[in-house]
Design a protein around this ligand. Structure first.
Ligand SMILES: CC(C)(COP(=O)(O)OP(=O)(O)OC[C@H]1O[C@@H](n2cnc3c(N)ncnc32)[C@H](O)[C@@H]1OP(=O)(O)O)[C@@H](O)C(=O)NCCC(=O)NCCS
Length: 184
């Protein structure tokens, strides 16, 4: 598959989707840092600590088994999607965990959907069988995005997360990858 994809939004803005490089680390951290309840656990809690840690992480990322995708507009990072070889459901074979985050001003313009389509193609091309995402039940936009892309709720895990004073439930949505071959 082509690694770098460029397309235009209806207003002619050019968007580029490409795998991140270590030089994107600071821009990625700036983009994902948010106190919002709508956030990706994969991106914020695991890798979203600081630019130095993000750079080190991207430098040692095993690129055949993990995708760290950025969406850029005029060279600026406006979205991030991580597809990590980190099964969210115990026992599930060859499952990637997905997290996606758009800079606020760039939400609602189809970029998240485009990144998710790229991610499904990447997973198929790299022999993975399914993709899973854990999403707050309050995050209606994200639930809609993933369901529209063919993800369905998996009974493997449901948990609650403390966010400030509130406890919010999470669901796991899973999508099978067409043609995803078995891999070791
Ligand atoms: C969730 C997120 C990644 C979606 O990306 P996006 O580029 O805004 O999504 P898109 O524009 O491609 O699609 C959004 C869809 O949600 C719909 N939508 C918007 N607000 C909605 C809401 N409150 N409830 C339900 N659906 C909603 C839109 O109509 C659109 O659907 P459509 O394509 O059928 O018209 C983005 O909003 C984001 O970064 N949110 C904060 C971080 C986050 O929540 N990450 C997900 C955790 S894994």
């Amino acid at each position: 598959m082509r690694e770098v994809l460029t397309y235009r939004l209806p207003d002619a803005t050019q968007v580029t989707l490409r795998p991140a490089t270590p030089d994107d680390a600071a821009a990625i951290i700036a983009a994902v840092r948010s106190r919002s309840e709508e956030r990706s656990y994969v991106l914020m809690d695991i890798y979203g600590k600081d630019a130095a840690a993000e750079r080190a992480y991207l430098e040692r990322l095993e690129r055949g088994r993990n995708l760290f995708l950025v969406a850029t507009v005029d060279g600026a990072v406006v979205g991030i999607l991580a597809l990590l070889d980190m099964p969210l459901c115990r026992g599930a074979e060859a499952t990637l965990a997905a997290g996606v985050h758009l800079v606020r001003e760039w939400r609602g313009r189809g970029i998240g959907s485009a990144m998710l389509r790229y991610a499904v193609r990447w997973a198929a091309a790299h022999g993975f069988r399914q993709i899973a995402a854990d999403i707050f039940t309050t995050n209606e936009r994200s639930l809609h995005l993933f369901r529209k892309a063919g993800f369905r709720e998996e009974p493997c895990r449901r948990r609650s997360v403390q966010v400030g004073a509130r406890e919010i439930s999470e669901v796991i949505l899973v999508r099978r990858v067409p043609g995803g071959a078995a891999r070791a």
